[in-house]
Design a binder for this molecule. Structure first.
Ligand SMILES: [Zn+2]
Length: 200
């Protein structure tokens, strides 16, 4: 596919090819974009990549992405700390924040259950979630994992575990299409799913 390109170009294309969702054509297009961009632009792109790698980590409390020990949502005193919305990844936080009406905190599991891929409960931040309930005086948990097989399996598993706590546990309603990744659902759909969430 990269026959005839100088080797540095080939290497770059091969690296882009390893990125999620990028086929060889997109990888080539990106490599040409780099080649044709002004040096300054490429330099700042490299700087942003380094900054993300060096500065962004997971919030110690909720595992959301953060540049400090705790993320901005956890640090916000205006949020209702008795409510937790459980999402699979940081993208779920972004999706929920888009609806603008949820004012509780989050817990990011950093994945969803997928036995086929060897992802069991121990690979996710489920223990950490359970450990938050009592000390943080959590009264309500809203399960907002994706509506995919993995997300549904995770929701079911969580509902089972959380049943032993005397707290309100709900799951986003079916407004979100089956098979949908929360991140790609539109705001109105997520909002309806949130408002019509069902107790589990
Ligand atoms: Zn946080």
């Amino acid at each position: 596919m990269t026959k005839g390109f100088p080797s540095s170009m080939t290497k770059l294309i091969e690296e882009f090819c390893k990125m999620p969702g990028l086929g060889s054509r997109s990888a080539e297009r990106l490599a040409f974009y780099v080649l044709q961009s002004p040096k300054e632009k490429v330099k700042s792109l490299m700087q942003y990549i380094a900054e993300v790698k060096n500065n962004v980590r997971f919030c110690r409390r909720c595992n959301n992405l953060s540049e400090k020990e705790n993320c901005l949502i956890c640090l916000d005193p205006a949020r209702d700390s008795s409510k937790l919305c459980v999402v699979g990844g940081p993208n779920g936080v972004i999706a929920m924040e888009k609806i603008g009406t949820y004012n509780g905190l989050y817990h990011v599991l950093l994945g969803e259950l997928s036995p086929i891929d060897g992802i069991g409960p121990d690979e996710l931040k489920i223990d950490a979630l359970v450990r938050r309930i009592k000390p943080e005086d959590i009264r309500e948990i809203i399960i907002a994992t994706d509506f995919t097989t993995e997300g549904e399996t995770t929701a079911l598993y969580l509902a089972g575990i959380l049943r032993s706590f005397s707290i309100k546990v709900s799951r986003l309603a079916r407004g979100v299409p089956v098979g949908a990744v929360l991140q790609y659902a539109d705001v109105a759909t997520i909002q309806r799913a949130f408002e019509e969430r069902t107790m589990v």
